[in-house]
Design a protein around this ligand. Structure first.
Ligand SMILES: [Zn+2]
Length: 71
């Protein structure tokens, strides 16, 4: 699992801030899928959909969920 910085806009104070989010290492999961004869595909799919549905990050100062800014 890697990490990357995602930019958010806080509607409360109007500031932009960065939060680190976990990313799915697809190469690693591909190798594990081959090694387990396809069984790992279930876990890979689960982690992938979990990362897509991750809740919006909150601004630590305001505790308000931000809006993701396209980078
Ligand atoms: Zn804020």
């Amino acid at each position: 699992m890697g990490q990357k910085a995602v930019k958010y806009y806080c509607p409360e104070c109007g500031q932009e801030y960065f939060e680190t989010v976990k990313t799915v290492n697809h190469l690693l999961h591909f190798i594990l899928t081959i090694c387990t004869g396809g069984m790992w595909l279930i876990i890979w799919a689960f982690l992938f959909f979990k990362s897509l549905g991750a809740p919006k990050s909150k601004h630590r100062t305001c505790f308000v969920p931000g809006v993701r800014v396209a980078s």
